[in-house]
Design a binder for this molecule. Sequence first.
Ligand code: ADP
Ligand code: ZN
Ligand code: ZN
Length: 710
Amino acid sequence: MSHIVSVIVHTPAHSGLVDVLSYASEEVLPPGTLVRVPLGKRELLGVVWDATHLDDVATSKDASEKSTDKTELALRPIASVLEGIAPLNTHWCDLVRFAAHYYQRSVGEVALAALPNQLRELSAEQWTRRLTRKSKAADSHSTVEALPVPVSTPEQAQVLENISSHKGPFLLFGNTGSGKTEVYLRAAQSQLAKDASAQILVMVPEINLTPQLESRFRERFAPQWGDDCVVAMHSNLTPAQRLKNWLAAHKGQARIVLGTRMAVFASMPHLQLIVVDEEHDPSYKQQEGARYSARDLAIYRGQLEKAKVILGSATPSLESWHHSRPATDTTQSGRYMRLHMPSRVGDGALPFVRRVDMNHQPKKTVFSSQLLDAMRERVTRGEQILVLLNRRGYAPVLHCPDCDWKSQCPHCSAFRVFHKLDRTLRCHHCSFTQSVPRACPACGNADIQPLGRGTEQLEEHLGKLLSDVRRTDGEPLRISRIDADSTRLKGELERQLAEVHAGAVDVLVGTQMIAKGHDFRKVSLVAALNPDGALFSSDFRAPERLFSLLMQAAGRAGRDAQMQRISPCEMWVQTFHPQHPLFEALKQHDYPAFAAQQLGERQQAQLPPFSFQALVRAEARNQAAAQAYLNAMREEGAGLAETLQIDIYPAVPMAMQRLANVERAQMLIECQSRKALQQFLSIWHPQVHALRAEHRQIIRWAIDVDPLAI
Ligand code: ADP
Ligand code: ZN
Ligand code: ZN
């Protein structure tokens, strides 16, 4: 007798809301089983799905209404079951189901995107060969020598005690250098001490931070648990490595999975602890397809699997800060438990913050004379300096003073950036690149000029300003630049960072890439040159991002307590608004004050975390068409929105209105209740999906739930 099984698949042709298909199978297949199924002339990877789940009923019904040829297909038998691989467990399926519903995507898309590509790409024969390849038995052998484990500081001990005796989730609020990573290591250790089969998921925001953390975990755990106990999961792995690591986690062999946001979907049957390091980092939010927040999913997954969750940061997201608020006389506490580690390990003081009032500097000053003097003094003593400017290239605009021509990108609402090194004008949005014209394209004036400055110009400028300064060894200064341009080639970032670590570089100029996580021992001065833009941005999250960037940058200085005693470290901020509360809080290293001020403003304006948002974006060849589609959606949802007390704002052009010749518009949906917003989206989304047929000019559209950039 043959059984009917529901299978989720994902193909671009079937993208949309629906991809639960029915097939026939000789055996009963439990949900989570990986199968290959025929679709049209192709064979696809699919996951057997429990489609009786309440939330999926709507989608299955939709499927049968939508097309009849699918019902025909539904009778076809599955092609094969992937041998030698246990079904994905219920928790994993529930996580995928939740993520798909919450972020308004199909379960098939979310599930298949979370599986390694090779599972999809290998044919049945290749898969069999892969399986029979002599698989090394889990290797408990280690080549790593056990290092002494440091004694916990009193703050660490207190935090660890709380983690072991409470349920969480926890927000570990600890300064840079306060020993947060050591807390993660210890928490993982005690989990493994209780249960040798425990698995631990550790997430970091960026790939270039994984090797450092990976080696710290390996050093700690390999001596007891073997060299294979830590596996990485991020987009820089080869497809074969990714499959290997994924399988190690799925089989329960890997004790620790360390990865970027995608790792939140790792199949880990014995998951007991989840760590989200630098939880405030925007890169935890996926920016295409299913726009999930790995941090938020980590919290959900922790609940689902009864695993403890630790979010760690020196500058938590205002959401997590709010969720971990202590109780007051009149209000309840948040859902998270806040744990505080205010001190740096080993007396390393945080840098003294100096604000330079640029209103008192001569016009067009790049480096104030005070800052320049301080830099000279330090480099001659052999100390290192970081100069932060969040704009790459030589100048953001090229300009003709005669006719006012500017280097506008013909395809985007943005200027092309002047790159002097290869003499190009490059659009940082659509990559359109041309060589720099010899004369103004509009009036022929030969004297066209750069306007504003980027890291390339800063590097050149500093070279001139410090040309007379010598290193301690009598050699000329080494000035280096790290940004997306200087690190385009594979391995280049690692090479440049190694140079800084080795002390071969005296002054490092760079974008935010240099501010994150690196443990530069000899840096004693960090300078932020032009941070004012974010103070008055239309994006209400801009100050939050700036504050955390500056705190992170400050954290790069003074990591060597020895050197600190001789030469106390400093952070310099050149600003036209030295009295701004953000810089005031930075000076005091007072995140709580900054957060209180920002949350006050957010509450007044009813912005997140005091409200919940979804953003709908539409793209078309012209702006009117994009807006018309959004406004039609708005009309469609008006009645329901009123019932559920939801505000839908009229469509507006996006800040970057035109990108690669495509016009973009957006529409904001806002509500005081997350639940009501979710309810609204799940009813409204299928309705507006159907509207698209009447709006043929729409190229793409998507819903972003809990958007980070508005
Ligand atoms: P964070 O992750 O908060 O920046 P780390 O865990 O990296 O902090 O700790 C900062 C430095 O202090 C590291 O060099 C680490 O090895 C060291 N450290 C952390 N905890 C201890 C401890 N209990 N005793 C001695 N050194 C410690
Ligand atoms: Zn001109
Ligand atoms: Zn462009």
